[in-house]
Design a binder for this molecule. Structure first.
Ligand SMILES: C[S@@+](CC[C@H](N)C(=O)[O-])C[C@H]1O[C@@H](n2cnc3c(N)ncnc32)[C@H](O)[C@@H]1O
Length: 392
């Protein structure tokens, strides 16, 4: 049965999420800063969960209704045929986004919602499903704003940013879905080289390799919310996975180079890349960002330096940002340069004119992806095939 499907995302990512949804052949019904709405069947949510890189949760709408009070909420939720979706002895958890004058604590709305579902299930089957905070099985999402209520199956369960490969997060890692959004915003689709100095835990380089291979990010995960629903079509999903594996490439056209000054970061990034199955495609190295090899042929070079909010302090960082400007000017001609930062004052120290400034959010922090055109100048290129200092 077709219904509305809303895919949520971090603020600022929806233009790239929209692009992904369209390229999977789904219509766009609505878009806002933190999500895109399309439509499809419950089986379509399996495809969306498997292929979407930039979304957080794939929410399948079960019911919309008006509710002014918690009692209205209960009366409407108990009418939903939960026995069609929840196994009698299953486990579910409730998440919510509530903005209603009668509700001071959203946990109360969750409790009402849970009571209605459990009461309905007990009436219909004589058994009571278990409930709790874990999101690794069935997740039901309640959206209640004013008197407008929507109840969704969160078919992702755990958010899609948890791809499963980042066993070693290190300091201030970028969320996987945000990294994918940044890569799509930079226009990298596997053509040219992808250079990522200051790679930290390797998220950008790993996501770039997955994009370049056209490999579905969901292939890395063994668990999704939809797998726990009654009637989950396991063979359909297995088939989807098999087909997507068969169509993904096994080599990249350009080089992916990831470096960091910290040996610990490179060891972690390498392990993460191994878990993601792309370690052989990424050339890792330990060095100062300014020593990162930049081969000829062009492509994108992306840095996510510290910006004073979480890791380093601001003092001293100005020098790094100035150095990035020099690195871009002297070593990255013919490339498109990008800096992802949450500190625009520091970004001014780069000293180059930005071509675009794209808005993103890293959690609550307003960030920008700054784009620089690094034209091929008169300066002679340095060697086109640098050796990367080994991390082994
Ligand atoms: C904000 S973190 C990058 C996080 C990364 N995007 C991720 O997802 O894990 C910044 C990284 O820059 C590295 N770094 C700091 N100064 C550096 C320098 N001078 N040269 C190279 N790397 C440096 C740090 O070791 C750290 O891993």
């Amino acid at each position: 049965m077709k219904s509305t499907i809303t895919i949520t995302c971090a603020k600022g990512i929806s233009p790239y999420l929209r692009e992904e949804i369209v390229s999977l052949g789904f219509p766009i019904l609505a878009e806002n800063i933190a999500g895109v709405t399309t439509e499809g069947s419950l089986e379509d949510t399996l495809r969306l969960n498997l292929f979407i890189r930039t979304g957080q949760r794939v929410l399948y709408l079960l019911e919309s209704f008006k509710a002014r009070t918690p009692d209205d909420l209960y009366k409407n939720i108990i009418k939903v045929p939960w026995e069609n979706y929840l196994p009698e002895e299953g486990y579910f958890s409730i998440t919510s986004s509530v903005d209603n004058p009668t509700i001071k604590d959203s946990r109360f709305a969750n409790l009402k919602c849970k009571d209605a579902i459990v009461d309905r299930m007990r009436d219909k089957s004589g058994r009571r499903p278990e409930t709790g905070p874990e999101r690794d099985r069935i997740v039901i999402h309640l959206y209640w704003k004013g008197d407008r209520c929507q109840v969704f199956l969160d078919t992702s369960g755990e958010p899609l940013s948890k791809r499963g490969y980042r066993k070693i997060p290190l300091k201030a890692p970028m969320q996987e879905t945000l990294a994918a959004g940044v890569i799509l915003a930079a226009g990298w689709r596997g053509e040219g080289n992808f250079i990522n100095p200051m790679c930290g835990s390797g998220t950008l380089a790993i996501e770039a390799a997955l994009v370049g291979l056209d490999r579905a990010p969901g292939l890395l995960r063994g668990n999704f919310g939809f797998m726990h629903l009654k009637g989950f079509n396991e063979s359909f999903f297995k088939n989807l996975r098999r087909k997507s594996r068969a169509t993904s490439k096994d080599a990249l056209k350009g080089r992916v180079i990831a470096t960091d000054i910290s040996q610990q970061a490179i060891e972690g990034a390498r392990k993460n890349a191994m878990t993601a199955g792309v370690e052989r495609l990424i050339e890792f190295g330990i060095c100062d960002f300014s020593e990162t090899p930049v081969p000829g042929g062009g492509g994108v070079v992306i840095l996510n330096p510290e910006y004073g909010e979480r890791m380093g302090k601001e003092e001293g960082l100005g020098e790094i940002y100035r150095g990035i400007g020099d690195f871009f000017k002297k070593r990255c001609q013919g490339y498109k340069g990008y800096i992802f930062t949450g500190n625009l004052d520091l970004a001014k120290k780069v000293g180059l004119r930005t071509k675009r400034r794209l808005l993103f959010y890293n959690g609550p922090i307003e960030c920008r992806l700054l784009e620089y055109d690094l034209y091929e100048g008169s300066q002679k290129r340095e060697s086109t095939n640098h050796q990367i200092p080994s991390s082994k």
